[in-house]
Design a protein around this ligand. Sequence first.
Ligand code: TXA
Ligand code: MG
Length: 309
Amino acid sequence: MLEAAADILRRGGLVAVPTETVYGLAADATNDLAVAQIFKAKGRPSFNPLIVHVLTKEDAASHAIFSQKALQLAQAFWPGPLTLVLPRKPESQLSHLVSAGLDTIALRAPAHPVARLLLKKFGSIFAAPSANPSGAISPTTAEHVVSGLGDKVDMILDGGPCEIGVESTIVSVLDDKVTLLRPGGISLEKLENVIGEVAIHAHSSDEAIQAPGMMTSHYAPKTRVRLMAKPKNQDGVFLGFGEVEGAGAHDLNLSPAGDLTEAAANLFSYLHQLDALGHDIYVAPVPVKGLGVAINDRLARAAADKTDD
Ligand code: TXA
Ligand code: MG
């Protein structure tokens, strides 16, 4: 299976691969045509750059310049759900389509054993955005990939449900300044414990897109999502967090115990399930701390008007 998947990558094809965050849609990061297939399969705007997945920071260092702070972050969090945006080395053989023409590249060493085995068998590096149609809910199971992308993918490796369930945290480390571009699987608190103060990227609509995953409408279900809701909405389904009284037959709870790690792992899967019912989705408040920052970020995007992606 893994050998066949590595062969598909070598021939320029697409493989959906489980990572600890969400399923990725992988293609050879050095092959322009292969990378173009990713954009085509996802219906993704071509200006939106992709994350390059590597086994080790040594592999990453042949493509990007690691400052002392970048090294420290890779040392602390790789393999794992942290993506580093770093200056691209001029001699890097990466497809320029991967970084959408920018002079920086996004790199991460995934922790999932299947993703790591695929990198080993392939013997090179792959680009992989989340394996969903552009703007739709991210996939945390192989079934989500099948229903979103179906036969647009040459092979789907099934690694069961993703453990973390929200995408990686993205930080840029440029001129020795660390800036959070997307909250994700590693909390700001954990980052700052290792590296000291991290700047927060203030998103404004008129500036050049730095991490277009920050586009307002993203992770959007087909139905309406309403935030900060209370249970017992007659005209919709309820997605709870913590103790909920009087749950309806179709209601779900991200974590009855109020555990943010469990809630992150369930988030996309439950949005997929509730979306399939076709009713509006009412979501309980989720605390904005630790992994809750990433959860609230994804919920806000799911609730935003679907006009810009
Ligand atoms: O957990 C994850 O990060 C998953 C798994 C598959 O690894 N991948 C993922 O990829 O979420 P994607 O393509 O859905 O999100 C990548 C984000 C986008 O928001 C993109 O704009 C940003 O990374 N990005 C990529 N290269 C960048 C760069 N050079 N500068 C700034 N942002 C960049
Ligand atoms: Mg995505």
